[in-house]
Design a protein around this ligand. Structure first.
Ligand code: GAR
Length: 201
């Protein structure tokens, strides 16, 4: 009788999450990949030493790294850190700084972001969080949604990977929009990250 052989063990893909604030999306991503055969969250990075995402990373026993503006823009420290950990995909989740050229070049099509509106509308510098929702409401939009996209040298301008939308009801206020956006983000971002990872060589 032929002996059965186990499939060759596959190496997990490695994700680094960048976040500047609360990190509720980071939380969902860490949950999703906690017991996932394809990938793991290897590191969480933030520019904000007060960010609640640090607590969330700690809860998952995932290492975290805090950096400052000089380190990010005027050294290769973050690049070297990501390379030393063999990071496959960089995921921005509420990260508010522009990604510098050294990282863009080292991770082509391997840095993705989530934006709380239907790009190309309501994107660009200063458009984050409630500023986006307020602008959407003020413009009298009938729908909004989220955009997951590759990152390039401009704010919110990289190639779109996927969008998810919802209807804005006449009575919707800032709180409802914020809630609907967050629901959509939490529901979809981890799954889209998984799809992007599956396509990586
Ligand atoms: C998310 O809604 C994300 O789309 C947005 O920041 C929030 C972070 O929430 N990002 C931007 O506005 C980027 N321009 P979280 O810290 O709870 O994940």
């Amino acid at each position: 009788m032929a002996a059965t052989t186990d499939p060759a063990p596959t190496v997990k893909k490695r994700i680094a999450i960048f976040a500047s604030g609360s990190g509720s999306n980071a939380q969902k991503i860490m949950e999703h990949f906690k017991k996932n055969a394809l990938a793991e969250v290897t590191l969480v990075l933030t520019n904000n030493p007060e960010a609640y995402v640090l607590q969330r990373a700690d809860n998952f026993e995932i290492p975290a790294h805090v950096f400052n503006r000089r380190t990010f823009y005027q050294s290769d420290e973050i690049l070297k850190l990501l390379q030393s950990l063999n990071i496959d995909l960089v995921v921005l989740a509420g990260f508010l700084w522009l990604v510098p050229q050294n990282l863009l070049e080292a991770f082509p099509n391997r840095i993705i972001n989530i934006h709380p509106a239907l790009l190309p509308a309501f994107g660009g510098k200063g458009m984050y969080g409630d500023y986006v929702h307020q602008a959407v409401l003020l413009a009298g939009e009938k729908e909004s949604g989220i955009t997951i996209h590759y990152v390039n040298e401009h704010f919110d301008k990289g190639e779109i990977i996927q969008q998810f939308r919802f209807k804005i009801e006449p009575n919707d206020q800032l709180e409802n929009i914020r809630f609907k956006i967050q629901q959509l983000e939490h529901q979809h971002y981890p799954k889209v990250i998984e799809q992007v990872l599956k396509k990586l060589k």
